[in-house]
Design a protein around this ligand. Structure first.
Ligand code: TZP
Ligand code: MG
Length: 206
């Protein structure tokens, strides 16, 4: 499986003239196999309805669907897993709610947060924030490639780097040791999410 991970933002997709289901279908058609539904503004009803639609699309392509923050929505749509941040539900509780077979990803912003989860029952880590990004305003301080490298060297869990990753720098995060790269605007905000995904996948797998 390639290491490209699409994180959704329906606002950014809309600005580029796309619906979110269109972006996800185009990305999956291009070969993306990790999709995270991350919606901060939606009502619970709209979130769950979108989750049902994305579940159908991702399942068709054999891609994983991960829900950001909302364990209830992950359960309701039978998603493959949940992604939580440092201020969200503790991952031990997420595990007890979603069971042993689902995927749990946790965001790590610095070395201290990594040390706190040594040996934890997690499936992957999201490593943030690598480069400047306009997509998330409340980001942690920037890790850059050196910070990313230091964290990747200290963990045996799969790592997805996130923050400001695009066609110009995706290879550098993999060279720094990340297992994969998670992107929002580099797919959702592009004129062709299909072509953008193809190019990013090609760069991860030259
Ligand atoms: N977490 C840290 S940065 C970020 C998230 C969700 C947004 C990344 O967006 P982009 O457009 O890929 O820089
Ligand atoms: Mg969160």
């Amino acid at each position: 499986m390639n290491g490209l991970y699409l994180v959704t933002d329906s606002g950014i997709a809309q600005q580029a003239g796309h619906s979110l289901p269109f972006v996800v279908e185009e990305a999956c058609r291009a070969g993306v196999r990790w999709v995270q539904l991350r919606e901060k503004e939606l009502s619970t009803r709209a979130f769950v309805e979108l989750g049902v639609v994305l579940k159908r699309i991702t399942q068709t392509y054999g891609a994983k669907l991960i829900i950001n923050d909302r364990v209830d929505i992950a359960l309701a749509v039978d998603a493959d897993g949940v992604h939580v941040g440092q201020d969200d539900m503790p991952y031990e509780l997420v595990r007890s709610l979603i069971g042993p077979d689902k995927i749990i990803g946790l965001s790590i912003n610095n070395m201290a947060e990594l040390e706190a989860v040594e040996g934890a029952d997690l499936d992957y880590l999201g490593i943030a924030t690598i480069f400047p990004t306009g997509t998330k305003t409340d980001t942690s301080s920037l890790l850059g490639l050196d910070g990313l490298r230091a964290i990747c060297q200290q963990t045996s869990l799969p790592t997805f780097a996130i923050g400001g990753i695009n066609v110009t720098n995706i290879q550098s995060v993999l060279q720094a040791g990340a297992s994969g790269a998670a992107v929002v605007s580099a797919i959702c905000g592009q004129p062709s999410p299909y072509e953008a995904s193809r190019e990013l996948i090609h760069l991860t797998n030259p």
